[in-house]
Design a protein around this ligand. Structure first.
Ligand code: CP
Length: 334
């Protein structure tokens, strides 16, 4: 049985249930599926308490004193890895950043043996990014019952803390979700960001969700219940309150046949000042990063007044502090 088949048969479908303790508290964060509006609101409210005014010292606490957090990133990352690191240290945790490129995984050690090894060194919370679907849940099923798993990006399936920071940013700028039209533009098919953002927006009761992509990068509609799938940018962003641009996930695309080249892509799907005239007058522009300026987003638009991209980054640390402190509280209740 291949590793992928092993993960597939490990029960990915009920990851949503796996993440809660017996009394219903969040113990792992694997997906936003299965969370309710109250639980997400509590995480967003908690994250707000970890923000400080620009120029003021970062908020710190000792909520994770005595806890050890292990960052295991088997795919590249800047924002997610750095923000989990800052979140853990600002909460007083000990932190291990495993350098995967010089780890024993390069000598053939399985991911589970790596986890068991670090678990024996008393890592309490594993933060995991991996290119294979099912890895966070597979690990969650196999760790000791006092260990917590946080999904920091799983193939094209899920990126729950990104989804939460996107919700937090939208709520800060728009106040609610019910009255909003949100347009997500780009490589929806391969985007874990789009999946988690859509799951979160649906749970929070978003007014309308539009997913706009070239035909070759369109998702399976079953993955996005309740969303409209469109292929014309003008139609998609007309009247939108929130426009989120996504990069093409070339690392997940086997053949680029049918995928527009850079100039064609920008001409048809790039978010620009001109195109934003179709959106609501006070629309905000988002991007999860990393950005490819001049491809999915006009460079000057990314730095303009309507861009909330740096707010997303700031909120990323606060959301990870909220998630870490929430799961550790769950374990302390056990
Ligand atoms: N948005 C996001 O996940 O960025 P990184 O790949 O830099 O972590």
């Amino acid at each position: 049985m291949s590793v992928t088949e092993l993960f597939e048969t490990s029960g990915v479908a009920d990851d949503a249930d796996l993440q809660f303790s017996a009394d219903g508290h969040l113990r792992h964060l694997l997906t936003l599926r299965g969370l309710n509006r109250r639980q997400i609101t509590d995480l967003l409210d908690r994250a707000e308490t970890f923000l400080s005014r620009p120029g003021q010292a970062a908020v710190r606490s000792q909520a994770l004193k005595g806890v050890t957090v292990g960052n295991l990133f088997f795919e590249p990352s800047t924002r997610t890895r750095a923000s989990f690191e800052l979140a853990a240290t600002r909460l007083g945790a000990d932190l291990l950043n495993l350098d995967v490129n010089t780890s024993a995984r390069k000598k053939g050690e399985s991911i589970l043996d790596t986890i068991y090894t670090l678990q024996a060194m008393q890592i309490d919370v594993f933060v995991i990014r991996d290119a294979s679907a099912g890895v966070p849940a597979y690990i969650a099923r196999n760790v000791n019952d006092y260990v917590m798993i946080l999904n920091a990006g799983e193939a094209s399936v899920s990126h729950p803390t990104q989804g939460l920071l996107d919700l937090m940013t939208i709520r800060q700028h728009k106040g609610n979700f019910e009255d909003l039209t949100v347009a997500i533009v780009g490589d929806i098919a391969h985007s874990r960001v789009a999946r988690s953002a859509s799951e979160g927006l649906m749970i929070m009761g978003v007014g309308e969700l539009r997913l706009i992509s070239p035909e070759a990068l369109a998702p399976d509609p079953d993955d996005f219940p309740g969303a409209s799938i469109l292929h014309r940018l003008k139609e998609g962003i007309r009247g939108a309150d929130v426009v989120m641009a996504l990069r093409i996930q070339r690392e997940r695309i086997g053949s680029l046949d049918g995928i527009p080249g850079i100039d064609e892509y920008f001409a048809n799907f790039g978010i620009s000042h001109e195109r934003m005239k179709l959106a609501a007058a006070d629309a905000i522009v988002m991007h999860p990063g990393p950005m490819n300026r001049g491809i999915e987003i006009e460079s000057s638009l990314a730095d303009s007044q309507c861009s909330v991209i740096t707010d997303q980054v700031t909120n990323g640390v606060a959301i990870r502090m909220a998630v870490l402190s929430t799961v550790v509280e769950t374990m302390e209740r056990q």
